[in-house]
Design a protein. Structure first.
Length: 292
């Protein structure tokens, strides 16, 4: 790989404040697209004063990439379902909690249910602004939340929701979707940005509590591995189910890159919090399980 491309990767990562562990994924992407790969990827979010367009049939980004409106509405349906289901699950956990439940956890999940309900409404407003309403989610994304709902340990619930799923969905896919489409429809994307907290980088109580649990060994590495594999294999499957949408727009390779980063994101967070996990081995197992 030419030194110039390495320098471009470093500059891009510094500009967009990407963590160091993302580099191998970007390098792999470049090898698959050796000509103009970095410029092509950066063109999605580095648009300067260029403008896109939005019609009843398509959304055209400032870089010229065009998405069918039906595909955009489908992706928004999935975002809406995720927030709706997360709110419902958190609320259900609180309502079914006994007197012995930790009050901090009850407070956290009560606030999560309220916050996710607001997020859901913000996404619904965005869809209404586009002349649409939420449709049916895919079986693959439903399976993610069906599994989440079965978790009965409060500590695992917190790590699963605040660390694993937030990392895989909101902090990767939600952020990228916001940055890419904001330039086309800023009046709608402001509410979407609030839904995914894209301007809030300060860790909250849930982040601190997840780190405490992991650093203090309250959740063993084996439990973390089982939980991560169960959730992220389903997450991986839900993303793979959307490759048709990416293929329609000619960005299947970029979607695969984002999928790999979204799966790795929570694993790197877990490792940085002190868990002795083998990230490469975990990812290999997650992908293997996702294909079974």
């Amino acid at each position: 790989m030419a030194l110039g491309k390495l320098e471009m990767v470093d500059q891009m990562m510094e500009k967009y404040e990407l963590p160091e562990w993302v580099k191998p994924y970007v390098y792999r992407y470049i090898r698959q697209h050796p000509i103009g790969a970095i410029k092509h990827a950066v063109s999605f979010i580095d648009v300067k004063r260029k403008k896109g367009e939005i019609t009843n049939k398509h959304v055209k980004l400032p870089n010229g990439m065009t998405f069918r409106m039906e595909d955009i509405k489908h992706l928004l349906t999935l975002f809406h379902y995720a927030e709706e289901r997360m709110a419902s699950i958190a609320k259900g956990w609180v309502l079914k909690s006994g007197h012995s439940a930790n009050p901090d956890y009850i407070r956290f999940f009560t606030e999560m249910a309220e916050s996710d309900t607001k997020h859901m409404r913000a996404i619904k407003n965005l869809m209404e602004g586009l002349g649409s309403k939420p449709g049916e989610p895919t079986p693959e994304v439903k399976a993610v939340f069906d599994y989440l709902e079965t978790i009965d340990d409060w500590q695992e619930r917190l790590v699963a929701t605040n660390l694993i799923l937030r990392g895989a969905y909101s902090r990767s896919f939600g952020l990228v979707f916001y940055k890419v489409f904001y330039h086309v429809s800023p009046e709608f994307m402001r509410s979407f940005g609030k839904a995914f907290s894209v301007h809030d980088d300060e860790p909250g109580w849930g982040d601190h509590e997840a780190e405490r649990l992991i650093r203090d060994g309250k959740i063993s590495s084996d439990r973390l591995s089982r939980l991560s594999q169960a959730l992220l294999s389903r997450t991986c499957r839900s993303i793979d189910a959307e490759m048709r949408v990416a293929a329609n727009a000619g960005i299947k390779t970029e979607m695969e890159l984002l999928r790999d980063i979204s799966i790795a994101y929570p694993l790197h967070s877990i490792q940085e919090m002190g868990a002795p996990i083998d990230i490469d081995e975990e990812i290999k197992n997650i992908k293997r399980i996702s294909k079974s």
